[in-house]
Design a protein around this ligand. Structure first.
Ligand code: ATP
Ligand code: GLN
Length: 146
């Protein structure tokens, strides 16, 4: 099986130790999502108020009938969470579990490889910078942390 792909091949996914999970979600679901993430040891989260255009904008447009004049951007919240690669899937699953209504407009999740994490206060890099007090590594390791 040819597992190694050239970096120019269409299916190539860059490998990284850290990934950014970027989720565009319904604003009123954010408290539920963030408290669930907190419970699983996620401490570092950045959110922004954004406005976006997706399928939900399209359906409003059809009802209103006007093509260009109206504002079709819908209020959303963008949640950005940088985690180590072994945490990526559980974070994604949790977000879906807490944010999903099943209706059009539930949002989307994008995954980006992150090449480095640096803590400004200490200058730490990599895992030392990604780990946070009260985080998952704190919760699971009984003693042997750095
Ligand atoms: P310190 O120990 O110096 O407080 P820290 O790692 O806890 O460092 P902060 O300086 O408290 O980081 O974080 C500043 C901001 O950076 C947070 O408010 C948050 O928006 C963002 N942030 C920190 N860590 C992450 C992360 N892993 N993913 C997404 N955003 C993060
Ligand atoms: N993985 C980190 C920890 O367990 C937490 C990462 C985050 O909160 N985004 O400490």
């Amino acid at each position: 099986l040819p597992i190694i792909r050239a970096q120019t091949s269409p299916g190539y996914i860059p490998e990284a130790n850290f990934y950014k999970v970027e989720a565009i979600l319904r604003p009123w679901r954010i408290p539920q999502v963030s408290s669930a993430l907190l419970k699983m040891g996620i401490r570092g989260v950045t959110i922004s108020d954004v406005r976006g255009f997706g399928a939900q904008g399209g359906s409003t447009e059809r009802q209103a009938g006007s093509e260009f004049s109206e504002d079709k951007f819908v209020q959303k919240v963008k949640m950005e969470i940088v985690v180590s690669k072994d945490q990526v899937e559980e974070v994604i699953e949790k977000i879906i579990e807490e944010a999903r209504t099943g209706e059009i407009g539930d949002g989307k999740i994008f995954l980006t490889p992150i090449s480095e994490v640096i803590r400004v206060r200490t200058g730490e890099r990599g895992e030392k910078a990604e780990r946070m007090m009260g985080g998952r590594s704190d919760m699971h390791s009984s003693g042997s942390s750095n």
